[in-house]
Design a protein around this ligand. Sequence first.
Ligand code: FAD
Length: 452
Amino acid sequence: MSAGDTRILIIGAGPCGLGAAWRLEQAGHRNWLLLEREAYPGGLASSFVDTAGFTWDVGGHVIFSHYDLFTSVVDDAIAGRYLEHQRDACVHLLGRYVPYPFQYNIHRLPADVRDECLEGLRRAAETAAGKDPKNFGEWIDLTFGPGIARHFMRPYNAKVWGRPPEELDWRWIGERVAVPDVARITENIRLSRDDVAWGPNNTFRFPLTGGTGAIWRNLAQKLPPDKFRLNAEAVALDLDARTCRTASGELLHYDCLITTMPLTTLALLAGFDPPPLEATSAYIFGLGLEGRPPELLRTKCWIYFPAPDCPFYRVTVFSNYSPQNVPHPTRQWALMFEWCVPGKGDTAALWERTLASAQQAGLIPDAPKIASQWSKFVPHCYPVPTLGRDAALNNLLPRLEAAGVYSRGRFGAWKYEVGNTDHSFMQGVEAADRILHGREETTLNHPEIVNR
Ligand SMILES: Cc1cc2nc3c(=O)[nH]c(=O)nc-3n(C[C@H](O)[C@H](O)[C@H](O)COP(=O)(O)OP(=O)(O)OC[C@H]3O[C@@H](n4cnc5c(N)ncnc54)[C@H](O)[C@@H]3O)c2cc1C
C-alpha cells in the first residue's frame, strides 16, 4: 500500500488532532477522517462564552511557541487579531505579593525569610553540581535550597500536582540541576531591584476576541468539513481488525489511528491492563465583576498562591489578557481561579471558599458586584510525571504503535513537558509525518531538544 492509500483516522479535535489533520491536508493526503465527541473543536484549549457574555478559557492559556511552524499556523488562524503581553506575574506569600520569578525577587520578602532563602541558594550553589536527585522533592531542595523550597516551591507544587513532590520524577524539567544565579539575586537584594524578565514565556500572545479557543475554531474551519465530524465519540476499538466504533454505531476501518483521548481510556478500549498513569483533576472558576480591578491587579497576568490554607493555586486576571473577554470592557473585569481537586465536588461550597479566599487575599472587595459566575470541572487537567510514568509509557506506546495506533497529545502521550498547546499541535504534525514519511517524532521522543 502506498502512503497515499493509508486510511488515517484521528480521534479528537484538540490542538493535537487538528495538528495531524492540518499536516495531512498540507501534505496532500486526502484519506483521513477526524472524530470529535464534543460539539466544538479545541479540546482543553477551547473557550466558552457564558450567559452574561463573559469569555472563559479552561484556565488562562498563554500561547507561546517553541516552533516556527506553530507560530505561523497560529498567525494564520488569528490573522493578526491578537494582543502581545509582557508577563506580569507574582506570588502571594506571607500577606504580600512577590514578583515572579520568585527566586529573583526575594528582596520583597520579610528580612528573616529573605535571608533564609538567600542562604539556602548559596548553599545549593556550592553543593548541587553533579548530584542526581531521586525525585522532584530532592530536585527542589538541591536547586533552590531549603528556604525557597519551604516557602514556595514545595507548597506550591504540592497544590498543583495534588501530591507531595517526592512522588514525582524530576527529569521532565531538564537534564541537570541548574541553581539560579546567586550573584544576580544578591545584587537584586542590594539594589531592592525587581527582576521580572528572566525565564521562558516572559512575553505571550492572546487572541483579541473569542479567547484561546478562537485559534482552534478558526483552524478547524479551514479543514474540509466532510472529513471533520463533531458529536462523534469513539467508543470501541478492535486493534486486530483495525476498526473503531462510534457512539452512533458506525464501524470505521483504518490503517493508522492517531488518537488524542487520554491514554488510560485508550488502554481500556484496546483491552490492555490499566496503566499506572496519574492525572490531576481541577475546577476552573470564572468570576465576572462590575467595576474596575484594584490597582494591584491593573496590569497583572496571573498570581501564584502557594499557601496551603488558600484553596486555589493560580488566579488569572483574564480581562487583562483581552478586554474583549468581558462584555463591557470599560466597566467590567474578570478573574479565573484554578483549584486541584481529588474529584467532582459541591460546586456551590467550592464557590463560597473561592470568594472568601479571594477577599482575604485582597483580590476582590468585601461586597463585590458580581456580574457572572462560570465554572468547569476538568477531569484530566495535568498529566502527572510520576516516578513510574516513563516505564508505563515505554511499555504501552510501542505495543500500540505495532498495531498502527499513535497515541499523542497532552493526555495521549501523557508527557507534561511536551503537553502545552504548541507541543500538542506538533505531536499531531509529527505523527502525520511519521506515518506518511517515516520521519522521527522529535517532540515525543526528545523533549529536551524542543524545549532547549
Ligand atoms: C488548566 C489548564 C491550563 C493550561 N494552560 C496552558 C497554557 O497556558 N499554554 C499552553 O500552551 N497550554 C496550556 N494548557 C494545555 C493545553 O490545553 C493542551 O496542550 C492542549 O489542549 C492539548 O491538546 P490535545 O489535542 O493533546 O488534547 P485535548 O485538548 O485534551 O483534546 C483532546 C480531544 O479529544 C476529544 N476526545 C476524547 N476522547 C474522545 C473520544 N472517545 N472520541 C472522540 N473525541 C474524543 C476531546 O473531546 C478533546 O476535544 C493548559 C491546560 C489546562 C488544563
